[in-house]
Structure formats: structure tokens, C-alpha cells
Ligand binder design. Structure first.
Ligand code: GDP
Length: 329
């Protein structure tokens, strides 16, 4: 299918009719840096805006090898059996830093990919995490408009990508494996604080006992964090993605979370806050880009930097000089 022959109206109609090829085209437009594509993408996204809070966005993070793709494959199939329509997106910061990608290089989730009620999109590439995050957020809107009611967003446990994913989901799941008693050492405090549920995967074979011990340790560690403002206390469960065990219990926790958060109003409030943050972040990003691309900045900033370094002007005076020329404020 040639993008040039498609009108936005046709793509929008296709999205609303769950035409998978057109959903993919829309996401390709969202991911494109071409100006004409961007214009089309904006029109499409505008048509996909919805106040439908019946969808669920789940973030899943964990270091490479923890079993994310195995887990998402099984969990995704489990959810489609329950009548859900599942879409999986990935936020992979490694793809923007290096040419390769930790998540995308291998063939992943082949079974789920064949499932007619599931849609899997490999990670968007981009020059920055901010750019990738924006594309992911826009893709979520398209997928929800296309009728996918459960969106899984996967990321690896490195860099700032968890924070970015946390800011676009309703529920955040941290996948771990039991180690030799050192589970808590390698983990960043911030990620644990963000988690609504910690799942110790690979609780099978000889590893069951270790996984149970790990569960106790994580439960104890979670008690040391202050309660979340939404009243939810993060839980810890074990599972075996490989043997398809423990998934039902995980879905149970997620469902309970959703019911409680809808009851106390947090669910909607959180989405509204996320949208507001999205607006502000995007504005900041664009302003910064416009600032650095401005002719006056390009011309004057290097000279001012030198003057600041050699002490002939103070950093603040230099900044003011430049801002004044740019008529800011
Ligand atoms: P990812 O890098 O986090 O996506 O991890 P993968 O899903 O690719 O899994 C890494 C390895 O762990 C693979 O060899 C999987 O077969 C294995 N694995 C995943 N889940 C389980 C599990 O529940 N039990 C066991 N024993 N192995 C698992």
C-alpha cells in the first residue's frame, strides 16, 4: 500500500473499522519525521482523541533476560482468551542510542503476533527518548480508537525509559527474577517506588523456593516506602511465564487495582494529569529545539560561551543578552 495514495479520511475510517493494515500505516505516519506525514499524523490523532476510560494501559519493565517477551506472549494470550483486544508497544532507549536494539533484534512473541486479537508493533526508533515517548503516546491513541482495549507497553530496565513509560500508563508492573539474595541491591529505588505490582518470574523447577524467598524480601522492602497517594499498596507475586503459571492471579491484582482506582477517581485524574504533563513536556521540548535552531542563537551562543569561559561576562548577563535579542520574555 502506498502512503501517498491514502487520504487521512481513509486512514481514519480504517482505524475505526480495525483495519490492521491502516492502523499500521497510521503508526508509520506517526513515526515519520517527514513534514507532510506529520501533518497527516496530527489529523489522524485528532480524530482518535477519546474520553473513553474503558481501556487499560499496562507498563511492563525488567532487565534483559528476565522474561519480558515470554511473559507478554503468555499474558497477552491469556487476556485475549478473556475477550480482550491486546496491543503491545515497546519503548526501547537502546534503539535511539545505538543502531541496534535490545528489544527489537530478535524475533519476539511470535505466537501472540499470530493471534487475531493482538497487535504487536516493534519499537519506534528516534533520536531521543522524548521523541520515542511521544510517538508511543500517539500510537496508543490510534490503537485505542481501533478497538484495542488493553495496551501493553514494554521497556527495558535501563536509563530513563521506565519513567517515560510510567507517565503513559495506568498500571506499572516490574518483572524480576530471584537471585542469590541480592535482589534488592541492583534495583533502582525509583523503579520500585513506581511499581504497582512486582512479579518474580521463573518461579518453576528448582527456582520455586528462591522465588518465594524473593517475594518475601520484596514485600518487606515495599513496606518501607510511604503509601501511594492513590491509596494503593504495591503487591508482590510469583509466576512462571514459561509454564503459564500465576498469570490469572496477576490479572486479578490488575483488575482489583482498576476497580479501586475508578471508584476513588484516581484513574481518570491520573490520565488527565498525564495529558497535561504531555502538553507541557512537548512545549518545553519544542521551545528548546526552536531556541537552538534560531539563527541568533546559532550565531551568538558559541561566542557567549567563550566569553563566559574566559571570564569577560557573567553567565547570567550572557544569558540575558541572548534572551533579549530573541525578545524573550
Ligand atoms: P526478555 O529479554 O526480558 O524479553 O526475556 P525473554 O522472554 O527473552 O526470556 C529470556 C530467557 O528466559 C529465555 O531463554 C526464556 O525461555 C527464559 N524464560 C522466560 N520466562 C521463563 C520462566 O518463567 N521460567 C524459566 N525457567 N525460564 C524463562
Amino acid at each position: 500500500m502506498n502512503l501517498a495514495n491514502l487520504t487521512t479520511a481513509k486512514i481514519i475510517k480504517g482505524i475505526l473499522e480495525n483495519d490492521v493494515a491502516l492502523v499500521s500505516k497510521a503508526i508509520t505516519l506517526i513515526e515519520s519525521t517527514n513534514t507532510a506525514h506529520r501533518i497527516m499524523a496530527n489529523e489522524i490523532i485528532q480524530a482518535c482523541i477519546s474520553k473513553n476510560y474503558e481501556t487499560l494501559r499496562i507498563g511492563i519493565t525488567g532487565v534483559p533476560g528476565v522474561g519480558k517477551s515470554t511473559f507478554i506472549e503468555q499474558f497477552g494470550n491469556h487476556l485475549t482468551e478473556k475477550g480482550k483486544k491486546v496491543a503491545v508497544l515497546t519503548v526501547d532507549p537502546s534503539s535511539s542510542r545505538t543502531k541496534g536494539s535490545i528489544l527489537g533484534d530478535k524475533t519476539r512473541m511470535t505466537e501472540l503476533a499470530k493471534n487475531p486479537n493482538a497487535y504487536i508493533r516493534p519499537s519506534a526508533s528516534g533520536t531521543s527518548l522524548g521523541g520515542v515517548a511521544r510517538k508511543t503516546r500517539e500510537s496508543i491513541m490510534v490503537l485505542e480508537a481501533a478497538g484495542y482495549n488493553t495496551i501493553i507497553i514494554e521497556t527495558i530496565g535501563v536509563g530513563q525509559s521506565e519513567t517515560a513509560v510510567h507517565s503513559m500508563v495506568d498500571f506499572f508492573l516490574l518483572l524480576k527474577i530471584a537471585g542469590a539474595g541480592d535482589e534488592l541491591q541492583g534495583i533502582k529505588r525509583g523503579i520500585m517506588e513506581m511499581a504497582d505490582l512486582i512479579v518474580i518470574n521463573k518461579a518453576d523447577g528448582n527456582n520455586i523456593k528462591n522465588a518465594e524467598l524473593s517475594k518475601i524480601e520484596f514485600t518487606r522492602a515495599l513496606h518501607m516506602f510511604p503509601p501511594k497517594e492513590n491509596g494503593w499498596s504495591a503487591e508482590v507475586l510469583t509466576c512462571s511465564a514459561l509454564e503459564n503459571k500465576g498469570l490469572k492471579e496477576i490479572w486479578q491484582v490488575i483488575s482489583t487495582y482498576c476497580s479501586l482506582m475508578k471508584e476513588n477517581g484516581f484513574f481518570v485524574k491520573n490520565r488527565q494529569n498525564q495529558n497535561e504533563q504531555w502538553l507541557l513536556q512537548y512545549l518545553e521540548q519544542e521551545l528548546l529545539t526552536a531556541f537552538h535552531n534560531h539563527e541568533i542563537t546559532k550565531d551568538l551562543l558559541p561566542k557567549l560561551k567563550e566569553e563566559v569561559i574566559n571570564g569577560s561576562i557573567s553567565p547570567f548577563a550572557a544569558a540575558e543578552k541572548l534572551l533579549k535579542l530573541l525578545k524573550i520574555p
